[in-house]
Write a protein that binds this ligand. Sequence first.
Ligand SMILES: Nc1nc2c(ncn2[C@@H]2O[C@H](COP(=O)(O)OP(=O)(O)OP(=O)(O)O)[C@@H](O)[C@H]2O)c(=O)[nH]1
Ligand SMILES: [Mg+2]
Length: 314
Amino acid sequence: MTEEAPVGWLARLRQGLSKSSSRISEGVTAIFTKKKLDAETLDELEELLIAADLGLEASAAVREAVARGRFDKEIAPEEIREALAQEIAAMLAPSATSWQPEGAPHVAMIVGVNGNGKTTTVGKLANRLSREGKKVVICAADTFRAAAVEQLAIWAGRAGCTLIRGDDKADPASVAYKALEEARVQGADVLLLDTAGRLQNQKNLMEELAKIIRVLRKLDPSAPHSVLQVLDATTGQNAHSQVAAFKEMVDVTGLIVTKLDGTAKAGVVVALAKKFGLPVHAIGVGEGVEDLRAFDAHDFARNLVGLERTGAIA
Ligand SMILES: Nc1nc2c(ncn2[C@@H]2O[C@H](COP(=O)(O)OP(=O)(O)OP(=O)(O)O)[C@@H](O)[C@H]2O)c(=O)[nH]1
Ligand SMILES: [Mg+2]
């Protein structure tokens, strides 16, 4: 995905993060208007960050960084927001790595808990990559849910790319195999594999994902080249246990966080980045094709605390 971020995207990002940013921004104003930065106000600030789901560790680190050089001084809420944005951006910067599918066909498995936005993300990625001139094949390796295939067919149609699907209740691994063969025949750049989010239990899901990988490796021992885990930001701290669970099943190479528009808990991205050290490749702020973009630490941090890119208050 490219890094270009037109004004339209920044407006979407701001709008998408508005629930989270108004909580943080109003909280900062309430805490700091005509008050000194002391232990008490810092406690309140830390609580505010924890409430926005930044997590204990990140909240404590941000608190400390904000206090540095400012302790016991009267400080305006705007200055606090600026300091917050700076510290959060610095914390996020190492994780903000855009996803660059290299080697053709690059095989990317999209995994995650059911309902997190995997199928939608596959559709959005397919559209974006197609528009960049890349040839994309989509594989409906979620044969568990018939509706998922129909959903993918619509996205594939929009993106103008081939969808490989199996018969109803076909073995997902065999569909994945067929899709990789087809991707090779077509000389595709990227194969996106949409997987099921729910099987009866974690063991079944693990076996299914492992089998898909085993079968893909018969054709290409280096596949899959990316395993992207999709997380739903509205689940807040639950996202942590989801990453831990999937990391046990597959070698997750990066995260995509969706539904940031539906929550005041967008701070979870900060907590996830700090805890797992996995790249956050992209974020989703809506259901439309334009609503998924590469994750930019600076833009995200400023919009999270209610500041625009230019520095003006949003
Ligand atoms: N508001 C919002 N909705 C989203 C976003 N991403 C996905 N959705 C919606 O979330 C719902 C579930 O998305 P899916 O893509 O079907 O999720 P999934 O992970 O494929 O679900 P299963 O196939 O059941 O495991 C759909 O209604 C999507 O439109 C987002 O960034 N913002
Ligand atoms: Mg799905």
